[in-house]
Design a protein around this ligand. Structure first.
Ligand code: OGA
Ligand code: MN
Length: 213
């Protein structure tokens, strides 16, 4: 029954409406329980099995020459997800994402045509310095989407908080977001600068982008 409702994306969806309102008014939205703890748990297991396959690569920004610089900017390992070869848990993940995209396109004419998602693992002491998610020569990233896959007993003291740098009435303010499991953060890729503070214990997530043509 729930699955049937998930597919009825023409029914007004209060959760999606709130996300749209948040983004329109403040350029970001934080959603608790976007994914259930059960969904988070199986995605976490999938991440770990990908890790066992040694599929994670040191995340690099730019090319090899930049590698030394890159380590000072970010220390996470990433693994790109492939919808075509997704397992059942990843398929559930993508169907929720696709529902959201359909809703955004239908109600807001956002024109999201592409998406890309990767798992991310921050080992102890890793961080990602303040940055913007849009690359030079590529302004197609419209919305950034981060979903946390940490254990249910994740504590704020573990660090690894996401900090969004907001502009409120021309005053820069910081919005601190703890990476609790099931929580999703969506923000405008080309507007909101952000950073991930150093983690004290391993931090797991899925990050992705909804992109225009
Ligand atoms: C990123 C990023 C934020 C987070 O991967 O670009 O900013 O909280 N991630 O993991
Ligand atoms: Mn980012």
């Amino acid at each position: 029954m729930t699955e049937l409702f998930d597919q009825l994306d023409f029914v007004e969806n209060p959760l999606y409406e709130r996300i749209i309102y948040d983004i329109a008014t403040q350029k970001y939205s934080i959603v608790e329980h976007f994914f259930t703890l059960e969904e988070v748990s199986v995605l976490r297991n999938t991440l770990r099995s990908r890790l066992d396959d040694d599929a994670f690569k040191k995340a690099a920004i730019g090319n090899k020459l930049n590698e030394v610089v890159a380590k000072k900017i970010r220390g996470d390992y990433i693994f790109w997800m492939n919808e075509a070869s997704a397992n059942t848990h990843e398929t559930t993940f993508f169907s929720k994402i696709n529902n959201l995209i359909n809703y955004l396109n239908r109600t807001c004419f956002l024109g999201i045509l592409h998406k890309e998602f990767h798992y991310a693992l921050y080992p102890k002491d890793a961080f990602y310095k303040r940055h913007l998610d849009s690359f030079q020569n590529d302004d197609r990233r419209k919305l950034s989407f981060v979903c946390y896959l940490n254990d249910e007993d994740w504590q704020p003291e573990n660090g690894g908080e996401l900090v969004l740098y907001l502009n409120e009435n021309n005053v820069e303010t910081e919005r601190v977001v703890y990476p609790f499991p099931g929580r999703v953060v969506i923000f405008e890729s080309q507007i909101i600068e952000h950073e991930v503070k150093p983690v004290k214990t391993e931090r797991l997530s899925i990050t992705g982008w909804l992109k225009t043509r």
